[in-house]
Ligand binder design. Structure first.
Ligand SMILES: *[C@@H]1O[C@H](CO)[C@@H](O)[C@H](O)[C@H]1NC(C)=O
Ligand SMILES: *[C@@H]1O[C@H](CO)[C@@H](O)[C@H](O)[C@H]1NC(C)=O
Length: 353
């Protein structure tokens, strides 16, 4: 407002009455009345509360998803650069990408890798060839990965290559909500899908042996799957648990700090019963092989040993084995696939059982 208008204004209006607000306030009522201040207080508080609700609503709505993400880390898609439908780009030249539907509306991205002796024959082949080759009598291994990332993660491809090198078919699945699979992960649906895939593999391989490999969180899924199948009267041909964790709450990073900061317990409890608890190990009657690195920083060797002991309490040491890898090798939680002894260990301890 220019000084000119300020000067001219009072002339037309009786002072303190019809003047514009700004002027009235500063000239006629030097202080705001108590009534008014209370009014403004409530208006302001109300507006603030509305804003807060407005901001909090989406967060509250998202809370279950945030917790789900904390348990499964499924939205982390790295490596991003690869197209999951072209496994050949990842040097998996004897692998085909497929989508299977365990139930209506749910599509799971799965790679089928054939035994590597067939890699030359596999060049340029379509899904029908892969499908037929599943019936060649070689064992089939279902690979259930750990949390975060996709079936394209380096250490997962590493395991697939090892299994293929010892003459196995590998079905490497992204769980619901991971990679290009649809749906949302929960302990129940992960188990359900793995059970479904085991039955699919059994049927489509013409009855070849179907084993289950679970890494980290996948070890919980693998255990549940074996138990669930047993309840349905099916004995799994073998289960391999790499970097197994005792239960979601026992997926204890060694440091207390880490546990508290990342709210492991409450978050995990929210979305799963705890996966593989010791009681489930005492229910299993299939050959079982634990693989654990002594320097595993995410799932402790102590926990794996407890599960091993639980399994040993019901089956003898020919059916239940544990192989540990020296900490000095630096494999940590994901690196076991690098061990040159691994192919022989798998062959002797589980494939020949
Ligand atoms: C294809 O994969 C097999 C098995 O991993 C490997 O031995 C072979 O060298 C690969 N071939 C090419 C051309 O990359
Ligand atoms: C044990 O296995 C069953 C059957 O798959 C599963 O539902 C359950 O969550 C597992 N864990 C516990 C703690 O019972």
């Amino acid at each position: 407002m220019s000084s000119k208008t300020l000067m001219s204004m009072p002339t037309g209006f009786p002072p303190g009455n019809k003047q514009p607000c700004s002027l009235r306030r500063s000239f006629t009522y030097p202080s705001v009345s108590p009534c008014r201040s209370k009014y403004w207080f409530w208006v302001k508080s109300g507006a603030f509360a509305l804003c807060a609700i407005f901001i909090m609503m989406p967060i509250l709505e998202e809370l279950p998803e945030i917790i789900r993400q904390r348990v499964y880390y499924h939205r982390i898609r790295a490596p991003f650069v690869f197209d999951l439908s072209h496994p050949a780009e990842l040097a998996l030249n004897h692998t085909i990408n497929m989508y299977l539907e365990p139930e209506e509306g749910i599509s799971l991205g799965i790679w089928h890798t054939v035994p590597d002796g067939k890699w030359k024959e596999a060049q340029g082949k379509d899904s029908a060839w892969y499908h037929r080759s599943l019936k060649d009598g070689s064992p089939v291994i279902i690979y259930l990965h750990g949390r975060t990332q996709t079936r394209a993660a380096k250490h997962r491809i590493g395991v697939v290559n090892v299994l293929s090198s010892i003459g196995c078919h590998v079905l490497s699945m992204d769980y619901r909500g991971y990679g290009d699979s649809t749906g949302k992960p929960t302990e129940e649906v992960l188990t359900k899908d793995a059970v479904w895939l085991q039955r699919w593999a059994k049927e489509h391989s013409g009855g070849s042996r179907v084993l289950i490999w679970g890494h980290s969180l996948g070890s919980g899924v693998a255990t549940n799957t074996a138990v669930r199948l047993m309840e349905q009267g099916v004995l799994v041909d073998g289960v391999i648990l790499e970097g197994a964790f005792k239960n979601a709450r026992g997926a204890e990073p060694q440091s207390y700090f880490y546990r508290v900061i990342f709210l492991n317990s409450p978050c995990s409890a929210y979305f799963c019963n705890g996966f593989s608890c010791q009681t489930n190990f005492t229910k299993m009657r299939n050959p079982l092989l634990f693989l654990h690195s002594e320097d595993d920083h995410l799932t402790t060797l102590r926990n794996a040993e407890q599960m091993y002991q639980a399994a040993l309490s019901v089956q003898d040491d020919k059916r239940v084995r544990m192989v540990t890898f020296e900490g000095s090798l630096g494999y940590l939680h994901n690196g076991l696939y690098k061990d040159p002894r691994l192919p022989a260990i798998i062959k002797i301890y589980i494939l020949l059982r």
